[in-house]
Design a protein around this ligand. Structure first.
Ligand code: FAD
Length: 264
């Protein structure tokens, strides 16, 4: 079984700054692996243990993103592919999906499963995974908590809904977007760290892919960002010490009456 694992490097900060082109300022900011991609990695490693799956991690990003690929190779991922080219800069989710799907077709055409995180904590659109699936014309399952069985090309997965847990069966090849799970993130072992240091990270640039310059980066992005800003917080906050005086319900009721939400 072959797994393509999509991982994104995100800024390790909630203090996002913007460039003059209304894109995120990433230079000079420490980076981490997107936390949901850590859960996707854990799920992939679980499938490696259970089904001897081979895992290839893909990331689209600048050259330094190869360090992140080495970090996850140290955890047990088999190999890493860096999709990197100046022409990819400024990509929206559509251009990102197009570039990543093209890279997967190039480097791992016989994949059985693509695993993504459910969201990236910086862009936070949750569109990239579904975009890759629709471009590759394969089924997609979102909000995945676990994969419980893979048998005769059918994957059984559980997904988290607002009102419960759903079990779905899907034919491979398929794409799944992974939510926070109960697995504890692994820590690299010493032989993993050595393997990661020696690993060859394959790099794919635009000329390696079956896509045109007008399909990638800002040129290939139908989204136009006219302005990016941090919303001003206009609401004030009143704090009541309800636990201490045991009058919490009464205070809330009076407040609801005061603002006209409750008239009883
Ligand atoms: P989500 O869709 O929330 O991510 C879900 C999952 O998809 C992730 O957990 C991961 O598994 C996978 N994934 C997402 N991105 C990647 C990736 N790069 N590699 C591998 N897997 C991935 N961003 C920039 O970095 N530089 C820019 O110059 C830039 N310009 C932009 C311009 C416009 C007009 C717009 C709208 C966005 C721009 N962005 C830029 C943001 C960029 O589009 C998103 O970061 C990217 O498309 C992923 O979307 P997301 O962050 O919402 O991820």
């Amino acid at each position: 079984m072959k797994i393509a694992l999509c991982v994104k490097q995100v800024p390790d900060t909630s203090d996002i700054k913007w460039t003059e082109n209304n894109t995120m300022q990433r230079e000079g900011v420490e980076s981490i692996i997107n936390p949901y991609d850590v859960y996707a990695t854990e799920l992939a490693l679980k499938l490696k243990d259970k089904y001897k799956a081979e895992i290839t991690a893909f990331t689209m990003g600048p050259q330094q993103a190869s360090n992140m690929l080495r970090e996850i190779i140290a955890l047990g991922v088999d190999e890493g592919v860096l999709i990197s080219d100046k022409k990819f800069a400024g990509a929206d989710t559509f251009a990102t999906g197009k570039t990543i799907s093209s890279a997967i077709q190039k480097a791992l055409p016989d994949f059985d499963l693509i695993l993504c995180g459910q969201f990236a904590i910086d862009g936070d659109t949750a569109q990239t995974g579904p975009c890759i699936a629709s471009l590759l014309n394969i089924p997609q399952v979102t909000y995945v908590k676990d994969i419980t069985e893979i048998k005769k090309g059918v994957i059984t997965a559980t997904r988290v809904l607002d009102d419960g847990i759903e079990t779905v069966k899907v034919q491979t090849p398929a794409l799944m977007c992974v939510l926070k799970s109960e697995f504890e993130p692994s820590r690299p072992l010493i032989n993993g760290i050595i393997k990661a240091q020696e690993a060859e990270i394959k790099t794919l640039s635009l000329q390696d892919l079956e896509i045109q310059p007008e399909d990638v980066g800002i040129k290939g992005s139908p989204t136009y960002v006219s302005k990016a800003f941090r919303p001003e917080i206009k609401h004030s906050c009143e704090k009541f010490d309800c636990l201490e005086n045991g009058k919490g319900a009464e205070i809330i009721l009076n407040k609801l009456k005061e603002i006209g939400v409750h008239n009883g």
